[in-house]
Design a protein around this ligand. Structure first.
Ligand code: ATP
Ligand code: MG
Length: 423
């Protein structure tokens, strides 16, 4: 009998991979909690109607990517292709919209796409949504929060922020007509995908990867000329907030999103290190969605990050960096007496520096061989005890990454000295 295999594009995540997932999830979780966002856990299956009404009937997702089936009661259900629709459904249903809400969720999403690097049929997102705040300060908060996340993950140099405003629905409607009129006259010059989109979702043509299509767009009407005043104003406030915070970004006037519910701010964090699947985090404002799904009109904004792509990016970045260190502090002690004193002195140091990795050399050996190990460990500091230090109640602190730098520190002062040195 042949073996049963997993469904294409739905991957097992194995024990040697889960540590990087867990570390990433932990960083995101603690960051979100530090900004006051609360976790909401949502069903994986929702009524098909929910996605049709929110994402839009003529989007790629709804037209051809959803896993839809009838349950035993002949009700049409769908494995969620994204998280915002379910989250909005939940906040309406649970009556959470009386006050502003800052929420996040995580879990698998399902889209019937062509599997490739960074693109699966079951993939995982952490999504963040904020309800009830119409002003663009919340747009700034969400973006600054993601920027902080990249810094904490060591990804700040690998990702770039792209930003745009797509206006309100009236300005988009007017623009859509102008764009279609322009492109219809040049229909035969469009790539096949864009020809199809011309009659279904023309704004998506703006982010076509086809060079000929992009060239054609150079002379096309520009969305920025059709924007309503409020959207323009909010966008300039948002840019001002980001400038004040020192965050750099690129305004990409062709950035649109593949889901119908967005308005005003849209943004993506992109990397050039993952090939074609370069967007690791994407989102925007969706002020009309709550009302569209039957709730009382409430502004909303959110984003989702693709966990597979972030895990891939983290491993790309890790590979291009020197191997990570095994220790922050390496303790060297020559002789029985020095070992005894060092062991006792290091315990309070561990209390004072619970986040630092302090590795004590054990099993004896000469100063020279121990210092070699200290260097190899990648530690920043060596704490050294020999007979002289024991007699004087001191420790010698050697900075291993800056040549020759060495200090004599009283054991009682050690914790303060070391924590200042490693800060
Ligand atoms: P793309 O343009 O790459 O298809 P998207 O615009 O369809 O992305 P969103 O719906 O905005 O993506 O989802 C947010 C994020 O989720 C994406 O930026 C990406 O990181 C991730 N993502 C989306 N689809 C997939 C997928 N099929 N496999 C892996 N990650 C995905
Ligand atoms: Mg997509």
């Amino acid at each position: 009998m042949s073996n049963i295999r997993a469904i294409r594009g739905m991957n097992d995540i194995l024990p040697d991979e889960t540590p990087s997932w867990q570390a990433l999830e932990q960083s995101v979780r603690s960051l979100l909690s530090s900004y006051g966002y609360g976790e909401i856990r949502l069903p994986i299956v929702e009524r098909t109607e929910l996605f049709k009404r929110s994402i839009g009937e003529v989007t790629d997702i709804v037209e051809k990517e959803m896993y839809t089936f009838d349950d035993r009661n002949a009700e049409s259900l769908t494995l969620r292709p994204e998280g915002t629709a379910g989250c909005v459904r939940a906040v309406i249903q649970q009556g959470l919209l009386g006050t502003p809400q800052r929420l996040w969720y995580s879990g698998p999403m399902f889209r019937y796409e062509r599997p490739q690097k960074g693109r699966q049929r079951q993939f995982h997102q952490i999504g963040v949504e904020a309800f009830g705040i119409a002003s663009p300060d919340i747009d700034a908060e969400l973006i600054l929060l993601t920027a902080r996340l990249w810094r904490s993950l060591g990804l700040a140099d690998s990702v770039e922020l792209e930003l745009n405003t797509i206006g309100n629905s009236a300005s988009r409607q007017a623009y859509r007509e102008a764009l279609v009129a322009y492109l219809q006259q040049r229909e035969e010059q469009l790539d096949e995908d864009s020809q199809r989109r011309l009659h279904s979702n023309p704004l998506r043509i703006l982010d076509s990867k086809n060079p000929a299509t992009q060239a054609l767009l150079n002379d096309a009407p520009a969305l920025s000329d059709y924007l309503d005043d409020e959207s323009k104003q909010d966008f300039s406030s948002l840019c001002g907030f980001l400038d004040a915070a020192g965050l750099s970004y690129r305004v990409n006037p062709r950035l649109v999103r593949g889901l119908d519910y967005y308005n005003k701010t849209v943004f993506e964090w992109v990397t050039d290190r993952l090939g074609a699947q370069g967007t690791v985090c994407a989102g925007g404002r969706y002020d009309g969605l709550v009302e569209q799904l039957g709730g009382k009109a409430t502004p909303g904004i959110g984003f989702a990050m693709g966990m597979e792509r972030l895990v891939l990016l983290l491993s790309e970045v890790a590979q291009s960096q020197p191997a990570s260190s095994a220790a922050d502090i390496y303790v060297v002690a020559a002789g029985d007496e020095a070992t005894r004193v060092a062991l006792a002195a290091v315990e309070p140091l561990r209390d004072a520096l619970p986040k630092h990795r302090i590795v004590q050399h054990l099993g004896g050996g000469s100063f020279k061989s121990q210092l070699k190990k200290a260097d190899k460990s990648g530690a920043e500091l060596a704490l050294i005890w020999g007979d002289d230090e024991v007699l004087a109640g001191n420790c010698t602190v050697k900075f291993l990454r800056t040549a020759g730098d060495q200090h004599t520190v009283a054991v009682a002062e050690l914790a303060a000295f070391v924590s200042a040195a490693l800060a």
